[in-house]
Design a binder for this molecule. Structure first.
Ligand code: GDP
Length: 342
């Protein structure tokens, strides 16, 4: 997962280390602490005269600190690599700016002596763009009045139906009763597809005939849940209609009639920038609370994974990691950043 992205970040780390090393020919006796006050302190130690002189020279020439100029090339290469990996332009720029801010002025000696300065800077820059706050799915489900209605939006073919099934199992395993609702009344075969998952998982599915009103299906499922003390309704919606206006009015009507507790946008990590752009469009049509990125197992670039939250301002809540019902994991920004940087 995200191997190519990890490799690019690793390359940047090496580039910075090589560049800053090559530019400091006089630094065999590199000071570990370039702070001038420290220089005054160690001046009392007669044995450190040589290194003191060296340190003073470095300090005077600015060599003890990493400069913006020497970072320029590695940063440029990283920006190019990120864009090539389908990271959104604004997100790539943000990462580069943050890295520059973190690294310029850092003590060269620290980078040289193998401290994880660059790695930490990369981690901080990534966390900045990935961690947008927002809801905690489990907490929302636990706290809200039952039944909790969760609506899934996104285009067809990205794994939306599978994700609904996976989350059905996820919630059942946490002690909730779940009913599925097929609000995708537009697509032929959608009922059968969701019915198959429902059968496999032993879940009830509420559906209407093809061409029916999606809001009515989800409304029925909520009524069913209320009457049968079911905790959670997971409702699919159409991923494609004749026009984007139809799509929007479908979502608006569901909003009006059902008032879902949560709206989750589903797309595939492998779609890169397309996924990021679709997330923005769907969020404009019906505000989303979070994102599920499927097929992360098949995505080495990680472009959508590090762009989508920053662009929409909504957190990624889950990653789909395979075709099985258990192949879903909660998205924790710090864990992902750790995976990418260590
Ligand atoms: P929908 O049209 O959006 O409802 O898409 P489906 O749920 O039918 O999924 C489309 C295909 O993607 C199916 O073959 C799924 O098994 C596969 N799929 C869904 N999620 C994942 C995932 O996280 N990883 C992988 N590798 N495949 C997935």
């Amino acid at each position: 997962m995200f191997d190519s992205l990890k490799e690019k970040l690793g390359r940047f780390e090496e580039d910075v280390e090589t560049t800053t090393d090559a530019d400091s020919e006089t630094d065999d006796e590199q000071p570990t602490e370039p702070d001038p006050e420290a220089t005054d302190e160690s001046a009392e130690d007669p044995e450190s005269d040589d290194s003191l002189t060296e340190r003073a020279k470095l300090f005077a020439s600015g060599k003890s600190k990493i400069t913006e100029e020497e970072l320029e090339e590695p940063l440029e290469q990283l920006e190019f690599a990120l864009l090539e990996g389908d990271v959104e332009l604004s997100v790539a720029s943000e990462i580069i700016d943050r890295l520059r801010e973190e690294l310029v002025g850092q003590a060269r000696a620290q980078v040289k002596s193998g401290e994880v300065v660059v790695q930490e800077a990369i981690g901080a820059a990534l966390l900045d763009v990935i961690d947008v706050g927002g809801i905690d799915f489990d907490e929302e489900i636990a706290a809200r009045e039952k039944p909790v209605t969760v609506i899934f939006t996104g285009v067809n073919g990205v794994g939306k139906t599978t994700t609904i099934a996976k989350l059905g199992r996820y919630l059942e395993e946490r002690g909730y009763d779940v009913v599925l609702a097929n609000g995708d009344t537009y697509r032929a075969g959608a009922n059968e597809q969701l019915q198959e998952h429902a059968d496999n998982l032993g879940l009830k599915l509420i559906s209407h005939e093809q061409g029916g009103d999606p809001a009515a299906v989800i409304y029925d499922a909520v009524e069913y849940a209320e009457a049968n003390e079911v905790d959670i309704v997971l409702g699919d919606t159409a991923g494609r209609l004749h026009t984007s206006n139809d799509l929007m009015s479908q979502l608006e009507k569901i909003d009006r009639v059902v008032g879902p507790d949560l709206t989750l946008f589903v797309d595939e990590a492998v779609a890169g920038q397309d996924a990021t752009q679709r997330a923005q469009q769907f969020n404009d049509a019906a505000e989303i609370d979070g994102v599920v990125l499927t097929k992360a197992d098949a995505d080495s670039q990680g472009g959508a994974a590090i762009s989508i939250a920053h662009v929409t301002g909504k957190p990624i809540l889950f990653l789909g990691t395979g075709q099985g019902y258990d192949d879903i994991e909660q998205f924790d920004p710090e864990t992902i950043v750790d995976r990418l940087t260590t």
